[in-house]
Design a protein around this ligand. Structure first.
Ligand code: 7RM
Length: 650
C-alpha cells in the first residue's frame, strides 16, 4: 500500500472539463451547494423525479444502523422504468439494443419492452408468485434478464440474480438462503463461441433446493439441434419461457409497493466462506440509481448508454437496468466476451450502434491496452462523448490510455467508487464540473457523506486511512438477508457510528479520494469480489487437502490474482495433476472466476503462536517482496522455506 501511495502522490496531471461539455452539462456546481445546505432536501428533490403513487410523509428515519427512506410513499419500480415512458414520443424509442455473442441482434422499444414485461409478470403470477416471494434469476446477458427483473419488480416479488458464471453449488446456496420458489434460467449462454449449459447446471443445483416449485427456461440456443442435452425438461416443474409468455396478456397491473419494501437481494462475498445476501429496497434505491445515472453520465434523450457489466453484479442492476430505464434512456446490452470473434468486438459495437457513453472496468481497459491500439483505431469511435470506470482502482497509465485511445483525448472520464452495499455511485467526478486526476475517483457525489479515519476511528482531513460513510444514503443496503446481526457486525462495528466500507484510501490536499483497495480478506479479481475464505473452504473440501491459505497478489491485468498455499493430507503426494484437480475443484465449488492462479504445496503454513495463519506474510511471498515482521510466528523457518520454494517454482 505504501508503494502505491508514493506513486499516486507523483500524479500531477489535471484534466479540467472540456468547455463545450461544461457549457451544457446536466450536473452543475449548484447541486453540491444544494446538497451541502440541506442533504435531505436534496434527496427529496431527486426522489421527486420518480412517479409516486402516494407521496412520502417522512424523508428519513434513522435508528442506527437502520435507515428508512421515504416512509409512507408508495411506488412501483417497473412502472417507473416503463409505463411512464409510454405516453409520449419515448414510447417508440429503443429501450434495449442487444447483441448476442454469435452476432444476433434485437431491439426493444419502450412499448415492446413494457408488453414483454407485462407478459412475464402474468406468467410468474400464474405460477403462483405473489408480492414478497423470492425469484432466482440465472441467465446470460440477454434481454430476458432485464425482463425477468422488471417482471418481478412489477409484482413486488424479490429477485435474486445469480451471475451465470457461478457454479451449481453457489447457485444452490443462494437459492436456499433466499428460499426462492421460482428459478428463471436458459438452455445456454454464449461465451467465446462455446455454449455454457446453464440449465444443466441449474438442474444440479435445484436437485438440492427444496423451496423451488418451478423452473422457467428461456430458449437461447437455436431450436432443434440437441435440445434435450441442453435442456432436459422435468414434467410439471419446468416450463419454456416463450410458451408461458405466449398465452399471457401484456397487461399486468403494477403492485403498489411501500418505499421500504424489498426490491432485490444480491449476494456478495465477504470475509467468511458464506456470501451475504445484500438487501435493497424500493424508493431509496431507485432514487439514487436514477439520480446518479442522470448526473454522473450526463444522460440525455439521444444517448446510447453502454455499461458492460453483467446483470449478475450490482453494476448491471443499477446501470444496465434500473438507472438508465428509469431515465428513459437507450441501453446497449451485449452478451459475450470482448475478444470474440476478434479483439475489436467492443469497438465494432460502439461504431455500429453509435454508443455515446461507455462504462467499463479497469481490468478490461488493461486487457485492451495489452491487445494494442490497432483494434480501437480501426473503428469509428467518434460518437463517444463520456467514459466511465468502476470496480477497482484504475492505475494512471490505464486511465491515460483510455483517455487517449478510446476517448480520443476529448471525453471526460468518471471513475466511480461504490459497492454492492451502497446500491449506487458514491464517489465520482461530475463531468462538466470536476477537474479529474488520473487514478482518483475525485469527490463524493452530492448528498453523500464520506470521511477518512485512522485505525482508532479518528477523522482525518487528509492523508491515508480507511473510507467510512457517516450519514445514511438512499441506496444503502438495509440489512443482510436473514442475518441482521451480521449486518451490524460487518459494517457498523469496526468504527462505531460509521459504515466501514472495507477500503483503504488516501485524501490529497484538494480533498480528492484515491482508493487503495480492500483492507479485509476480500479479493478483487478482474473487478469481481471473491472472499479468501470462500476459496479456502472450497480447497479444504477436496479430499486430499488438509489446510489452505489464500491471498491476493498483484496482477497486471486482473488487478489481483489468487495465490493458494496448500498442505496435503498424510500419504498424499503433491503433483501437477493434483494442482490442476484443485483448480477444477474450486471452479466446481464456486465458479471459474475463483480458480487460483498459483497453488503452492507446502508442508506447513506460517502461523502465530495462537495458531492464526499469517496471510500478510504469504502475500509478501506471492508478490516477491522481502518478508515483513515475522516475530510473532511460532516457527519463522516455515515461512523462510516457503519463500525459497515459491521463488524456485518460477
Ligand atoms: C460497484 C462494485 C466493491 C469494491 C469496493 C472497492 C472496489 C469499486 C472502485 C473500487 C477503486 C473504484 N461493487 N471498487 N469501484 N476501487 N476505485 N472506482 O464494484 O461490491 O462488486 O465491489 O470494489 O474495493 O469496496 S462490488
Amino acid at each position: 500500500m505504501a508503494d502505491q501511495l508514493a506513486t499516486l502522490l507523483l500524479e500531477e496531471r489535471r484534466f479540467p472539463p472540456p468547455a463545450a461539455f461544461a457549457a451544457r452539462a446536466i450536473g452543475t456546481p449548484a447541486l453540491y451547494h444544494a446538497a451541502a445546505r440541506d442533504r435531505l432536501a436534496f434527496w427529496e428533490e431527486q426522489a421527486r423525479a420518480l412517479d409516486w403513487i402516494t407521496p412520502w410523509t417522512s424523508v428519513l428515519t434513522w435508528s442506527p444502523p437502520h435507515a428508512r427512506w421515504f416512509d409512507g410513499g408508495r411506488l412501483n419500480v417497473a412502472a417507473n422504468c416503463l409505463d411512464r415512458h409510454l405516453t409520449g414520443a419515448r414510447r417508440n424509442k429503443a429501450a434495449i439494443i442487444w447483441e448476442g455473442e454469435p452476432g444476433d441482434r434485437r431491439v426493444y422499444t419502450y412499448w415492446a419492452l413494457a408488453r414483454e414485461v407485462g407478459r412475464a409478470a402474468n406468467a410468474l403470477k400464474r405460477l403462483g408468485v405473489v408480492k414478497g416471494d423470492r425469484v432466482a434469476i440465472y441467465l446470460p446477458m440477454i434481454p430476458e434478464a432485464a425482463i425477468a427483473m422488471l417482471a418481478c419488480a412489477r409484482l413486488g416479488a424479490v429477485h435474486s440474480v445469480v451471475f451465470g458464471g457461478f457454479s451449481a453449488e453457489s447457485l444452490r446456496d443462494r437459492i436456499n438462503d433466499a428460499t426462492a420458489t421460482v428459478l428463471i434460467t436458459a438452455d445456454g449462454g454464449y461465451r467465446r463461441g462455446q455454449v455454457l449449459p446453464l440449465k444443466r447446471i441449474a438442474d444440479e443445483a435445484v436437485a438440492q433446493c427444496p423451496s423451488i416449485e418451478h423452473v422457467v427456461v428461456v430458449r437461447r440456443r437455436p431450436a432443434g439441434e440437441g435440445d434435450e442435452s441442453f435442456a432436459e425438461m422435468t414434467e410439471g416443474r419446468d416450463h419454456w419461457w416463450h410458451r408461458l409468455l405466449d398465452r399471457e396478456s401484456p397487461d399486468c397491473p403494477a403492485e403498489p409497493m411501500e418505499a421500504e419494501d424489498l426490491l432485490f437481494i444480491l449476494y456478495t462475498s465477504g470475509t467468511t466462506g458464506q456470501p451475504k445476501g445484500i438487501v435493497h429496497t424500493t424508493g431509496g434505491y431507485l432514487t439514487q440509481a436514477t439520480a446518479t445515472t442522470r448526473y454522473v453520465f450526463d444522460l440525455r434523450e439521444e444517448d446510447i448508454f453502454w455499461c458492460t457489466a453483467d446483470v449478475g453484479w450490482i453494476t448491471g442492476h443499477s446501470y444496465v437496468v434500473y438507472g438508465p430505464l428509469a431515465n428513459g434512456a437507450t441501453v446497449l446490452m451485449y452478451e459475450g466476451a470482448p475478444d470474440w470473434p476478434e479483439r475489436d468486438r467492443f469497438w465494432k459495437i460502439v461504431a455500429r450502434h453509435g454508443v455515446t457513453i461507455f462504462y467499463t472496468a479497469p481490468t478490461a481497459i488493461r486487457a485492451f491496452m495489452k491487445w494494442g491500439t490497432k483494434h480501437p483505431a480501426a473503428h469509428d469511435l467518434s460518437t463517444l462523448r463520456l467514459l466511465g470506470t468502476v470496480g477497482e482502482p484504475i492505475n494512471p497509465e490505464a486511465w491515460m490510455w483510455y483517455h487517449e485511445h478510446i476517448g480520443r483525448g476529448a471525453c471526460p472520464i468518471v471513475d466511480t467508487w461504490w459497492q454492492t452495499e451502497t446500491g449506487g455511485i458514491m464517489i465520482t467526478a461530475l463531468p462538466g464540473v470536476t477537474t479529474t486526476k488520473p487514478g482518483s475517483a475525485t469527490t463524493p457525489f452530492p448528498g453523500i457523506s464520506v470521511e477518512l479515519v485512522d485505525t482508532t476511528g479518528k477523522a482525518l482531513a487528509k492523508g491515508g486511512g480507511f473510507l467510512t460513510l457517516t450519514e445514511p444514503w438512499p441506496g444503502m443496503l438495509r440489512t443482510i438477508y436473514g442475518d441482521d446481526a451480521r449486518y451490524q457486525a460487518t459494517y457498523w462495528s469496526r468504527f462505531p457510528g460509521r459504515y466501514f466500507a472495507g477500503d483503504g484510501a488516501k485524501v490529497d490536499d484538494d480533498g480528492y479520494w484515491w482508493l487503495l483497495g480492500r483492507v479485509d480478506d476480500v479479493l478483487n479479481v478482474a473487478g469481481h469480489r471473491i472472499g479468501t475464505m470462500e476459496v479456502e473452504s472450497a480447497l479444504v473440501d477436496h479430499p486430499d487437502v488438509a489446510e489452505a491459505a489464500v491471498v491476493g497478489k498483484a496482477h497486471d491485468l486482473k488487478g489481483q490474482a489468487i495465490a493458494a498455499f496448500v498442505t496435503v493430507k498424510e500419504g498424499v503426494k503433491p503433483s501437477a495433476e493434483l494442482r490442476e484437480d484443485l483448480r477444477e475443484h474450486v471452479a466446481r465449488k464456486i465458479g471459474a472466476i475463483a480458480k487460483p492462479d498459483d497453488i503452492l504445496f507446502s508442508a506447513d503454513l506460517p502461523k502465530t503462536r495462537s495458531g492464526k495463519i499469517m496471510r500478510r506474510l504469504l502475500k509478501d511471498i506471492a508478490e516477491g517482496r522481502a518478508l515483513g515482521d515475522t516475530t510473532t510466528l511460532a516457527d519463522p523457518n516455515v515461512v523462510a522455506r516457503l519463500k525459497e520454494q515459491y521463488e524456485d517454482k518460477e
